[in-house]
Ligand binder design. Structure first.
Ligand SMILES: [Fe+2]
Length: 374
């Protein structure tokens, strides 16, 4: 048995309720363990804790513009590697043309997120039409390919040696945020039947990050039926109904969509701002001291970030305080709009993420200076 060293204590000027009723003219910084679930302290500061004037050394916030990446569209195995650790591989894939081969990831479950475009996914289990805003969970070992209807841009997030699961919805129950019945499955429909053929099909299998090709004299996506509870699922971000409180700014963990081994995937979708006069209305400053945080900005207006546009990706490694940019901070207590308009995908990784070389060419090198007042 073990217990946190956990004695709630108030020192000096502070509110009793986190994220609300701060002393006038102050900002709040959360120092927390276990990604918003462990012990935390809310430190009250007279100025934003992002007022640094210089950085030296390898730790710094990073930002990459995936829209400037040039990738070969023929295969997910040619996607640009962005970030990885032992439990997660995060890649960006511009898929302009339909795949002429099948693939199978033997290293872990794959989560696809469609940033742009539309197409059809064909896999062992059948066919499902996919479009921008879709998440598709592909169990490890699923054989699949994409037919492109409109050029696609996708995130590929591998749960290396692991599986995607749904989060425990706790107090709000299974049907909140999205009902499991909202998850679509591939079907053995007419489109699936029509793609079976007797042509030669290669299957390119990734195992231990090495590729092997197994060739069949026919299309091996030829199932005539199946029954079971292991299968891909699809859900669109517009079908996510976010948790909100009009009196309390909920932490990012309230927006958890999928859970894997030592990382989570969260989704920010449009939601009303808090209306209570004492509630903060933008994300609080925090050191998420146990996690590296990645955000991919999908669509809309990113209310807590200045100079970020759709298709950009930021990495906030643990070890420093981050929070709203200066323009957003002006809205801490007073909002001119009723709701956020943002769609973003966040990955919180429990272990340090390595940055892959290809992203250097599309990095916003001065991102760490972007918190300075203009
Ligand atoms: Fe954060």
């Amino acid at each position: 048995m073990r217990k946190w060293i956990h004695i709630p204590h108030i020192e000096g000027q502070a509110s009793r309720q986190a994220h609300a009723d701060l002393p006038p003219g102050t900002v709040e910084r959360e120092l927390g363990k276990e990604g918003f679930f462990g012990p935390a302290t809310h430190m009250i500061h007279p100025r934003p804790p992002t007022g640094w004037t210089s950085w030296e050394g390898p730790l710094r916030p990073r930002a990459f513009d995936c829209m400037k990446l040039v990738t070969d569209g023929s295969s997910p195995w040619n996607a640009t590697k962005l970030l990885h650790n032992a439990h997660c591989r995060f890649r960006f894939w511009a898929c302009a043309a339909s795949m002429d081969h099948l693939v199978r990831n033997a290293d872990g479950d794959e989560l696809l997120f469609i940033h742009a475009g539309k197409g059809d996914l064909f896999c062992d289990y059948g066919h499902v039409a996919i479009e921008a805003g879709d998440y598709i969970v592909l169990p490890r070992g699923t054989m699949w390919r994409l037919d492109v209807v409109e050029p696609m841009q996708l995130l590929l997030i591998e749960a290396t040696n692991g599986s995607y699961q749904l989060p425990d919805k706790g107090l709000v129950g299974d049907h909140a945020i999205f009902d499991p019945a909202m998850l679509d499955l591939p079907r053995l429909d007419e489109a699936f039947k029509a793609q079976t053929d007797q042509l030669e099909w290669p299957v390119v299998i990734k195992r231990r990050n090495q590729l092997s090709t197994v060739t069949y004299p026919y299309n091996p996506l030829d199932a005539i039926g199946w029954h079971g509870s292991l299968h891909p699922v699809r859900i669109n971000v517009r079908d996510i109904r976010p948790l909100v409180s009009h009196r309390y700014h909920l932490p990012p963990s309230a927006h958890t969509t999928f859970v894997a081994n030592r990382f989570v995937v969260c989704t920010f979708v449009p939601r009303p701002f808090e209306t209570d006069p004492g509630a903060i209305k933008v994300p609080f400053f925090h050191n998420n001291d146990d996690y590296d945080e990645v955000i991919f900005y999908h669509a809309g207006d990113f209310f807590s970030r200045d100079n970020i546009h759709p298709g950009m990706c930021t990495l906030h490694p643990c070890g420093f305080t981050h929070g709203p940019h200066p323009k957003a901070l002006g809205k801490m207590l007073v909002q001119s709009k009723a709701a956020t308009e943002e769609y973003a995908v966040m990955i919180d990784a429990r272990d340090a993420l390595e940055i892959d070389d290809a992203v250097a060419a599309v990095e916003w090198a001065d991102y760490h200076r972007s918190w300075q007042q203009a």
